[in-house]
Every structure is written in C-alpha cells, then in structure tokens.
Design a protein around this ligand. Structure first.
Ligand code: ZN
Length: 131
C-alpha cells in the first residue's frame, strides 16, 4: 500500500519510522508475544533516528491509548449491539473481550501515533546514519 507513503497513516498503520518510512519501529512483527510486543530498536535502521527522544518518552502514549481504546470499544458496541443485536450484558462482554484481545494492537497504534506527533516525514532522510 504505497498510496499512503509519505503520510503519517503509513508510519502509524505499518509501524515504520516516522521520518524515513523505511526502518521498522518494532523488533518483531508478532503482536501476541507479550515480552516482545513493545520492543523497539534504539535507532532507525535506515535513517538513524533515535526513537526514544527522552527518558520515558513513550509514557505519553498512554494518553493516546485511551482514545484508541474508546474507538475500539465503540466499534465493538456498534457491531454487537446494533448490528448483531446482543443484549446489554452480552454487549458489555463483547466490548471487554475486544479490548483485551486487541490490547497489543492498541498499544502499538498508540505508540505509533505518539511518535508521529513529534516527527514528520522527510524523504531525504533515507540512508543517512549521522543522527
Ligand atoms: Zn528512519
């Protein structure tokens, strides 16, 4: 999907470096290996960008994860209550199940959104390891 390349959507949804869109933000693609879900390389393998620009940088992603979680919960509600027609208790458990099962996705999306608030795409940053 290169139509989004050069936009923040590409970096957020494909987990790429926010500056060069080449390097990966995470060391593994496996979301559900919980010990490795949030492991990130220190620097971008392509442009050398330091991902964690200050100590505890990604704590700010907690605020983003609240909003992302609300979106996941709202979609679960719409699907289970309005589309499928479950009662309120079943809908509640569907929302809880959705949030638990999608936790690694929510965590990564939140980090991706958070880091993209501080950097913007620079096509000339590729293959430059001097940062
Ligand atoms: Zn990069």
């Amino acid at each position: 999907m290169n139509i989004f390349k050069g936009t923040k959507f590409y970096s957020i949804f494909w987990g790429k470096c926010p500056v060069c869109h080449q390097g990966k933000l995470y060391q593994t693609r496996h979301l559900y290996r919980f010990s490795e879900t949030l492991k990130m390389p220190e620097h971008c393998s392509s442009c050398g960008l330091k991902y964690k620009i200050e100590p505890s940088f990604f704590y700010g992603a907690m605020y983003v994860s609240y909003g992302v979680g609300i979106i996941f919960a709202a979609v679960a509600f719409l699907v289970s209550y309005l589309l499928i027609g479950f009662d309120r208790l079943a809908t509640f458990f569907m929302i809880c199940g959705t949030l638990v099962l999608s936790l690694p996705i929510i965590l990564r999306l939140s980090r991706n959104i958070w880091i993209n608030l501080f950097f913007k795409f620079n096509p000339t940053a590729q293959k430059k390891n001097d940062q």
